[in-house]
Ligand binder design. Sequence first.
Ligand code: ZN
Length: 281
Amino acid sequence: MPELPEVETLRQAIEPCIVGRKIVDTAVLKQKIIARPQAETFCSALAGCTITAMGRRGKFLTLQMDSGDTVILHLRMTGNLLAVPADWPQEKHTHVVFSLSDGTQLRYVDSRGFGRFWLQTAGEQDDFSGMAKLGPEPFDPTFTAGYLQKSQQSRRRSIKECLLDQSVVAGIGNIYADEILFAAGICPTSPASTLRPKDWRAIAALTPQILQQGISYKRRTARQHLEGTGKKYSEEAFLQAYGRAGQPCTRCGTPIERTVIGGRSSCYCPHCQPVPGRPKK
Ligand SMILES: [Zn+2]
């Protein structure tokens, strides 16, 4: 599932290929991908609009139109965007195709088909996509240790669940939650109420750093993005905890352990991230 670094690097790769271009035609090949309004209305509203910017908020992407309308997109599990010449062979599971004035096509590809588009017309309030409920961006000055401590210290749920809650902080998923907590030396199962001020400070400082590292690691040009289509980017060199169960901790050599929190697999080092109430390994 794409998290903030994947969504941001996708935005950076696609934006230069589409900004300033006019939407000549929109084809919706799978109706349910357009959550709002009906696909037909969605297409007609965008006809003739020029894309002025591509933005990101949490894991959402936005396309700003010169009409004042905004297309909102969430990639969910497997959504992806490609900017290709119109004669480029169409990938399997292509669900939406925007034909642009310079001959480029912006294509939405999604094998699982859980991703969704919304159209927010000029002046309309977004009470439908979920974007308005997001907490601060990890790079926002309001994302501080004080904010985290104040909003989460009375919670009995685990710190990992707090980080995954998009209304607490926007953009973090399973992979980066594990990486942030590894860097901070905090066990993902620790109840939020047991964290000390220095733990909140570590999380607030390390979250933007780890996400920025992910962005730098995944940054790619439009061409590289296209060539990487369908290929999984190798993340082994970058990830310290996620997906490394049984492998030695890069800091202390203790085997990384795996546990399940709220149905999600979580990896941590039992020595560097001591489990609350259990003797340190
Ligand atoms: Zn360790």
